[in-house]
Design a protein around this ligand. Structure first.
Ligand code: NAD
Ligand code: UFG
Length: 347
């Protein structure tokens, strides 16, 4: 059993990962300021994990930018009898459009927040980290599937902050021995836990396709706008690599265990399925899962979009023995169960 600090553990990916880690027997301290999440998510994680496992989950409301809050989180591990041995760092801001409007807030939370966290880790002698990076780093890829060696060319402030943190991690690993870091570049995380008890609950109008479709399906919104029908793809709509959030959560467990078991390293991995699906394919798959058509209209292209992004996931399989197991059908069935059981999210 290992004591792990999970920053941003109440969020979409964090909550599903907390459940997988509890089920694997780990002890967790979550540090979250609930800027984009609800404490209810972790209450449900505790319920799903069962009473024995729930005793291994501590939740601290606090901000990664505040050294006093980080101290409280590290102290919580010690108080529970096991100092924190590793960190999974999810906390951050992730809306591309918002990052264009408010770049300083993105640099503050994503970059300064990561720097404060790393300083606290050094202070407490903890040098094992799994970091939430993003496929957004690749910008407009030269070719697909995209390997990790593809050029890093972010096209928005959000992407620049992720690239800056990856740079900071590389500098740190080069500066002293002892660091074991996995940077995981997620493609498009979607879906929900198969219980329908936890899932994605975005604030306001969803920026992303999958939660938008779910809200149309449940009657919260009228129709999906398809951003572009003239892309150079088989049906003219954008193609993405959608990864079930439970596959992603299991990828974190695999990465964490590899870091805890291995020597000094900086491992940078794509987490994706290697399969591309178009917007129209996702709409059709969701309609099949919910049992009724999803109304949509064709609209113009969204600025900043690429035609196709699909991961080359081979390195993650080689390094971690991990690959996705769930299909687009699973993604839509689980996403629909979550949305239909919780039409207003965590409420
Ligand atoms: P999310 O917004 O659901 O979760 C992020 C969590 O961090 C939230 O619970 C939020 O309250 C918390 N948080 C934000 N600022 C904080 C701060 N200053 N101090 C403490 N907690 C703070 O997002 P998610 O989809 O779960 O994403 C998790 C991570 O994965 C993020 O770093 C994101 O950039 C990255 N990522 C997400 C996607 C995606 O499409 N969801 C894709 C690639 C990378
Ligand atoms: N799309 C629509 N209508 C919508 C929303 C999206 O047609 O209402 C289309 C987009 O044009 C794109 C596809 O659906 O072709 C997927 O768009 P998303 O907004 O769901 O996802 P993105 O690929 O644009 O970006 C997401 C996250 C980024 C992350 C990236 C990683 O928003 O933060 O995946 O690949 F970096």
């Amino acid at each position: 059993m290992t004591q792990i600090l999970i920053t941003g553990g109440a969020g979409f990916i964090g909550s599903h990962t907390c459940l997988v880690l509890l089920e694997a027997g780990h002890q967790l301290v979550v540090l979250d300021n609930f800027a984009n999440s609800s404490p209810e998510a972790l209450k449900r994680v505790a319920r799903l994990a069962g009473p024995a496992a729930a005793g291994r989950l501590q939740v601290i409301e606090g901000d990664i930018r505040d050294p006093a809050d980080l101290e409280r989180a590290f102290a919580a591990g010690v108080a529970a009898g096991a100092p924190i041995q590793a960190v999974i760092h999810f906390a951050g801001l992730k809306a591309v459009g918002e990052s264009v409007a408010e770049p300083l807030r993105y640099w503050d939370v994503n970059v300064t927040g990561s720097q404060q966290l790393l300083a606290a880790m050094v202070k407490h002698g903890c040098r094992t980290l799994v970091f939430s990076s993003s496929a957004t780093l690749y910008g407009y890829p030269d070719s697909v599937p995209i390997p990790e060696a593809a050029p890093i060319r972010p096209i928005n402030p959000y992407g620049h902050t992720k690239a800056a943190v990856e740079r900071m991690l590389a500098d740190l690993v080069a500066s002293e021995a002892g660091w074991r870091i996995a940077s995981l570049r997620y493609f498009n995380p979607v879906g929900a836990h198969p219980s329908g008890c936890i899932g994605e609950d975005p604030n306001g109008i969803p920026n992303n396709l999958f939660p938008f479709i779910s809200q149309v399906a449940v009657g919260r919104r009228e129709q999906v706008q398809v951003f572009g029908g003239d892309w150079p793809t088989p049906d003219g709509t954008g193609v993405r690599d959608y990864i079930h959030v439970m596959d992603l959560a299991e990828g974190h467990l695999a990465a964490l265990e590899a870091m805890l078991a291995g020597g000094d390293q900086l491992l940078t991995l794509n987490l994706g399925s290697g399969q591309g699906h178009s917007v129209l394919e996702v709409i059709e798959a969701f309609a099949a899962a919910c049992g009724h058509p999803i109304p949509y209209v064709m609209a113009s292209r969204r600025e900043g979009d690429a035609a196709i992004t699909v991961a080359d996931p081979a390195e993650a399989q080689r390094q971690l023995g991990w690959q996705t197991r769930r299909s687009l059908k699973d993604i839509c069935c689980d996403g629909w169960l979550w949305q239909s059981s919780n039409p207003n999210g965590y409420g």
